[in-house]
Each structure stands twice: as C-alpha cells, then as structure tokens.
Design a protein around this ligand. Structure first.
Ligand SMILES: [Zn+2]
Length: 244
C-alpha cells in the first residue's frame, strides 16, 4: 500500500465494505476521503489559473496542445471549485429567489436547473472542466448552449472535442440525450474519466442528507428524503454512461 493511501485510509477511521471490496480487487485503487469528494481538500491538485488533480491536469494539457495544432485554443472557465465557493453560489441564489417571492421548494428547484447543491458538484473533484475557445471573439456570456452549435463561436471547439476528447480521457458529462434527466445539457463541461469514475463510485457511499445538515447549507431543512433521492438519481447519476 502506498504511504499516501495508507494515511488516507487511516484518516477514514475505519474501512467501509466497498473500500475493502475495492482493495480486494485492486490493491492500487486510490481511496478518496469525504473531504476530497465534497470539495474541502485540494492538496492533490496543480495549476495556475485553475486547479485539477495532477493526472487529469497533465492529460488536459496534452489535449490542449493537440487541439492547438487544429487551431482550437481550449481554455478553462472553471476547473476545481471549493465547497465554500459552491455554498456561496447556492446560498446567494437561494436568498435572491426567496426575496423575489419564490417558496423554498421553488427556489431550490430553480437553482438546480444549472447549479449544484454544495458538496455535490463534480467540480469539487479536480477532474472536471468547463471549456471554451479563446481563439474566437468572445461573447458576453460564455457558457450558453447556442455558442457551441450551428454558427456559434465555439462550434469548431465542440466538433474537435466530440472527435478527440475521449482519447485523452475526457467525456462530456451532461449530454444532449433527450431521455436524460437532471442537469440540462452542458456542451462545455468535460470530465476526466480515469479519475472521475472511481471517485463517483466512492461518492455513492456518502450520506448526502447528513452532509447537508452538518455543513448547515441554507434551506437544507426543505430537502426531503424523496427530494435527495431524486437529486442523487437524476442530477448526480443520470449522466453520460461512459462516466458511470
Ligand atoms: Zn461545469
């Protein structure tokens, strides 16, 4: 067992059944802590303008240089995002919507059209990025679906990513499959599968309800068990099957 893995395992204060199963099948499987999975530990990440886990970052930079040869300049709007940052985003929107007269439930449902509940963002993992093409004239608001299709400014980037991203380990998360539930289509959001897949497996073992309570997320008293289960099944797990 690697030293780092040993320390992480010790910190867990006890091994879950799934961890033991993973170790039995693959002794080199990385083990992820609760803190890493909910955006409270970025110690294993590198980067200047944005952070990613080392392995994901290195593959991203290689992909970037290949794209550059095709005159596509992949740039990142958002890489790692901390728990605190996501909490700020969520709570600001929640307060705003309530002040506009929405009920707590309406506000929460409106927020989760595009934003995640803190502790559940894939951006917490250092494996996911939102990308655009910096070689193009920039629109006022970058992350809009229309820019990535038809005569939009990022159509060339999108086409290049569709044809090449997978061989660098990157997959679109929120695809345009009309059957898919959860978050709306995000043609800009890609995830590094070699790390994100095992992280999602570990993530499935977390008790979301107690995390929302422990972290005092504004409005969490309105998250019913049914709501959390639906959020888990649709927003967290109804994604590109390549990432499951
Ligand atoms: Zn994103």
């Amino acid at each position: 067992m690697k030293r780092k893995q040993f320390i992480k395992t010790s910190l867990l204060g006890g091994l879950s059944l799934s961890v033991l199963t993973q170790l039995a099948f693959n002794p080199f499987q990385e083990i992820y802590t609760r803190e890493e999975l909910i955006g409270k530990d970025n110690s294993d990440m590198i980067g200047l303008k944005f952070l990613m886990k080392t392995k994901a970052y290195s593959s991203f930079v290689t992909m970037q240089s290949h794209a550059y040869k095709a005159k596509v300049a992949i740039r990142v709007v958002s890489g790692y995002r901390s728990f605190e940052k996501q909490k700020q985003i969520f709570e600001n929107k929640y307060s705003l919507y309530l002040s506009e007269g929405m009920s707590p439930k309406e506000a929460i449902n409106k927020i989760i059209e595009y934003s995640t509940i803190p502790g559940t963002s894939r951006h917490h993992w250092g494996t996911d990025v939102d990308v655009f093409d910096s070689s193009m004239p920039q629109p006022e608001s970058i992350l809009e679906e229309e820019h990535y299709y038809n005569d939009g400014c990022y159509t060339k980037l999108k086409k290049w990513m569709d044809e090449n991203a997978n061989r660098f380990g990157f997959y679109e998360v929120y695809t345009n499959n009309p059957e898919r539930k959860g978050f709306k289509h995000e043609p800009w959001h890609y995830s590094y599968a070699p790390l994100a897949k095992p992280m999602l497996q570990e993530y499935r073992n977390l008790d979301l309800k107690s995390i929302f309570e422990e972290e005092n997320i504004l409005g969490n008293e309105h998250f019913s068990k049914k709501f959390i289960n639906r959020y888990r099944d649709e927003n967290i797990l109804d994604i590109n099957p390549e990432l499951i």
